[in-house]
Ligand binder design. Structure first.
Ligand SMILES: [Zn+2]
Length: 314
């Protein structure tokens, strides 16, 4: 089945190790993704937290350049990869072998500048995770939740400008107050590209039931994160069934319009048993169907929800 995956950190691995997006031995490459039947892969430019006040822009450009060089390599190999930039691209994506969507993870990448945000848009970025887990000049991340900080004045400008440009506002990693500020402020559906449910695994990176309801009411989308420590209280026990349990919880809570995948492949140290890499998506889909999630709901989770959001946001 065609899969939209809302988060991976593969670009970081490619940058650090000089490896290829088409074929590598990391969690994810496009060769395996195409073998699955194709998909739309969000590719995050993750800016390490130490650069969030200074140097973020330069670091982000290194990964952006790597992304562009990999797209050129794919075209040399004769691979039909569509970088999604417009609503029409999102509608056309499935006619291509594979599609990518460029994201920035860590709003410190724009270094406090709306001009830089707009330049990122021009360079093809269509989604930005406002914060990583630490505080930046947009909002507090979950590690700083104790101070109760929400969106800063600049953070509010960023959300408004992302809405205007047609960039997805991603609330994964943000502290609760900032989350609620975004819910109140955003005029477009938002995403939590890679977050699970607190009710199933109680860690700060996951979403409470109230947050899940708010994202559903906003017509937003939540990508289920495959990090073992977010899936299960005992990470050693995490497996495909843990992924299913988070999906099942969200379906019961808000229905089937807001759940998707956000694997976090190549950003997580220990994937769950049975979901070790992108090649396991068919097995995950098979498992969801075996657990009696209706095929129409599985199709929404696999790709329809993300395409619906892209149609509303881009
Ligand atoms: Zn992340």
């Amino acid at each position: 089945m065609y899969i939209c995956d809302c988060h991976c950190d593969t670009l970081t691995k490619l940058h650090e190790q000089g490896t290829s997006l088409y074929e590598n031995d990391h969690h994810l490459d496009l060769r395996r993704l195409i073998a699955n039947g194709g998909g739309l892969q969000f590719c995050a430019i993750y800016v390490p937290s130490e650069y969030r006040y200074q140097g973020g822009l330069r670091y982000a450009l290194l990964l952006l350049d790597k992304y562009n060089r990999e797209l050129a390599d794919l075209s040399r190999r004769g691979i039909d990869c569509l970088p999604v930039l417009t609503r029409q691209d999102a509608r056309d994506a499935r006619r291509h072998q594979v599609a990518t969507l460029l994201a920035v993870e860590e709003g410190g990448a724009v270094e406090g500048s709306l001009e830089a945000l707009r330049i990122f848009y021009q360079l093809g970025v269509r989604c930005m995770t406002l914060t990583w887990s630490n505080r930046n000049d947009i909002a507090d991340g979950v590690n700083d939740a104790i101070t109760g900080g929400g969106l800063t004045a600049f953070g509010r400008q960023v959300v408004r400008e992302m809405n205007r440009l047609g960039m997805i506002v991603d609330v994964s990693h943000i502290a609760p107050q900032g989350f609620w500020d975004v819910i109140e402020l955003s005029e477009k559906p938002i995403m939590a590209t890679h977050s699970d449910a607190t009710a199933v695994c109680d860690v700060p990176r996951n979403l409470t039931d109230d947050q899940i309801r708010a994202i559903a009411a906003n017509r937003g989308v939540i990508g289920i994160n495959f990090a073992s420590q977010f899936l299960a209280a005992d990470p050693a026990e995490a497996d495909i069934d843990s992924i299913y349990r988070h999906i099942d919880h969200m379906l019961a809570l808000v229905g089937d319009d807001c759940v998707a995948f956000g694997s976090d492949y190549d950003g997580i140290k220990r994937p769950p048993r049975g979901a070790e890499g992108v090649e396991k998506f068919p097995a995950i889909i098979e498992y969801l169907l075996k657990k009696n999630i209706p095929p129409a709901s599985v199709e929404k989770i696999a790709h329809l929800n993300v395409f619906r959001l892209l149609d509303e946001v881009l």
